[in-house]
Design a protein around this ligand. Sequence first.
Ligand code: FES
Length: 118
Amino acid sequence: MPKLTVEGAGEYEIPAGKRLVLALEQDAGVDQLHACGGQARCTTCRVEFVAGEPDQMTVAERNVLAAKGVSGVRLSCQIACDHDMTVRVISRLAGSGRKDAGHPPAVQIEPAPEWVKK
Ligand code: FES
């Protein structure tokens, strides 16, 4: 099983292929934001990679990051845990002023992923 290391939180064995946003929330117990419910629209599921950043991304991730002018982060709703990775959590419910973390993301990556090189 791939290992997910969350800076300041710990190391977790994650079922292979699990969405990173769900691994953060369910396995690592992080109050990760995902306001749009994992639809690659809001970018609140953003994380910083310390190690193991995937070298591919979905077209949806590429497009929304470009549209919002965001760089240096990746969208946890658009990443599958298929290898070891270390991330820094930078977008949490705590301190956000929001009432909840957002709609629950589906098990599978949405929209249906079309992969491109990062
Ligand atoms: S972009 Fe909204 S949850 Fe990922």
